[in-house]
Design a protein around this ligand. Sequence first.
Ligand code: URA
Length: 237
Amino acid sequence: MALERLDKVLATGALSRKEVKTLVRKGRVLVNGQPAVSSDIKIDPETADICVDSEPFSYKRYVYIMLNKPAGVVSASNSGREKTVVDLVPETLQRSGLFPAGRLDKDTTGFVLLTDDGAFAHRILSPKNHIQKTYLATLSQCPDEESLNQLREGLTLRDGTKLLPAIVERMPKSETQVCIKICEGKYHQIKRMFAAVGNPVTALHRTHMGDLELDAALSPGQCREISQEERKQIADF
Ligand code: URA
């Protein structure tokens, strides 16, 4: 792996670059058993043995965060005066280059994956890779079987956009709720699908990305880092 500045590597954890500088100056950072002489020395983060205050530092190339998006927040990295999903990530998990892998509308709630791994994000969003995103959609009225079958077969929207077949199941406890799985992410896709069959969506919540379910312990606005095993439940790339 390419060499990186020590302060950049350590600042992928809970420390700021300024804090790293202070720790290095005080001799509290060891690299391969020796006190680091400066915070801008170049190291190989994959192989260097780094300790901060005698605690081994485990380097993570990328971070993957599951967020329970509340309504009213935009799926972007920065958006002028509007609050974004990245703003909801606590300081300890912040990294430069963090962005949402796929957008939910401002009023849609649920599972957003935030990462700084552009290649992973690109692959899970590409319809070619068939990574399903699962939503709970609340509809204006009880859907008839014919309209659900239209979505299952692959709908063509009013503007001529052809959609891949969706998996749609009724929810047992509510006449107006369905579970819908799609592997594309076209603009307002689910809302446009149900609008096309004359049954507008009144609420939309994403429950899964791939096989990974949104952690029920996360209240709206809360997030946590996901493990490597959990990341593989989204996609085992
Ligand atoms: N489909 C929509 O219409 N909106 C979303 O936020 C996600 C999927």
